[in-house]
Design a protein around this ligand. Structure first.
Ligand SMILES: Nc1nc2c(ncn2[C@@H]2O[C@H](COP(=O)(O)OP(=O)(O)O)[C@@H](O)[C@H]2O)c(=O)[nH]1
Ligand SMILES: [Mg+2]
Ligand SMILES: [Zn+2]
Length: 296
């Protein structure tokens, strides 16, 4: 069976891109069950029959998001503006944690740095760099060339609230790409019955998912026994508490809480973790599918 990346799906027409750079449309084999349908980002396993291509399945996924419906994303750029809308540690922390929970690397981009004092930008940058996250800042007078470098060989998506400057960023790196994604979103969002499709665009040696930017991540399948172990900022402390199954909430001799007390982990970062754990404990998520956590 041959392998190719799925870059676009429009009503059962799958656009594949081979490692050699050839692109063509394939269909799905009839035997594939609905639950096993591949999504954009999947590596399809296909065969050629005379004049058409048939997808028989896809390779194991490294990760999978329901909304946006994407597989094998390497990284998500979390765009957070310093002002208008105001920066929120709680929202930023929550996005980081849920992205990491899904085995995807978050990269922070603090935008609109022209709207704030340099000291405020430094405070935010320091907060995240200290616990191991990659942070970039950008603004009216900056280029966004950092994106060109980090896209190489990766599948990248953008997330962040509406108005933080995602389109402006894309426009700075590639005006054509932005016009293309906007035109498609507009055309597809018009009719009531149109479903928005997602597409991976080749961009600076990697792929950019043209999601309009999501700011909430599905919590349906978050396992609270696993959450802490997925958060990279907590790595140095995991497995060192008195109880091996410590949830780092009310247990005695908790190494993570000690790190918060010593200032190694910001208190507000830990509080976001606690809020997420409270939410997961207090909501019967299995009875309420596709629930997202929106409270700030
Ligand atoms: N001052 C300032 N305004 C910005 C910057 N980036 C974007 N904006 C403005 O913020 C608004 C929303 O930007 P947009 O890119 O559409 O945000 P999106 O909803 O995340 O795609 C627009 O009015 C932009 O002109 C920036 O770096 N500095
Ligand atoms: Mg936009
Ligand atoms: Zn603990």
């Amino acid at each position: 069976m041959k392998e190719a990346l799925i870059t676009k799906i429009i009503s059962k027409r799958y656009t594949l891109l081979t490692p050699e750079g050839n692109s063509f449309v394939a269909e799905l084999a009839g035997k594939v069950r609905k639950l096993d349908y591949p999504v954009v980002g999947d590596i399809a396993l296909y065969e050629r029959y005379c004049d058409h291509y048939v997808i028989q399945g896809y390779k194991d996924r490294r990760n999978y998001l329901i909304r946006p419906n994407l597989a094998n994303i390497d990284q998500v750029i979390v765009v957070m503006s310093i002002h208008d809308p105001d920066f929120s540690y709680e929202l930023c922390n929550r996005l980081i944690m849920l992205i990491e929970y899904n085995d995807i690397k978050p990269i922070l981009c603090i935008s609109k740095n022209d709207l704030s004092e340099p000291s405020r930008i430094k405070e935010i940058t320091d907060y995240y760099q200290k616990i191991g996250y990659l942070v970039y800042t950008t603004g009216k007078n900056d280029d966004a060339d950092f994106i060109k470098v980090i896209l190489k060989d990766k599948i990248t998506a953008l997330c962040g609230q509406s108005g933080v400057g995602k389109s402006t960023l894309l426009n700075k790196i590639d005006p054509l790409l932005n016009i293309k994604t906007q035109a498609i979103s507009k055309a597809l969002n018009r009719g009531k019955h149109t479903t928005r499709h997602i597409e991976l665009y080749p961009c600076f040696g990697g792929f950019l998912a043209d999601t309009p930017g999501f700011s909430a991540i599905d919590l349906t399948s978050v396992d609270k026994d696993l959450l802490a172990s997925k958060i990279s900022a907590f790595d140095p402390y995991i497995g060192k508490c008195r109880f091996l199954d410590c949830h780092h909430l009310n247990e005695p001799d908790c190494c993570l809480k000690a790190a918060v007390a010593s200032g190694a982990i910001p208190k507000t970062f830990y509080e976001t973790y606690k809020n997420l754990m409270d939410f997961l404990t207090n909501n019967n998520l299995s009875a309420n599918r596709h629930r997202t956590y929106k409270g700030i």
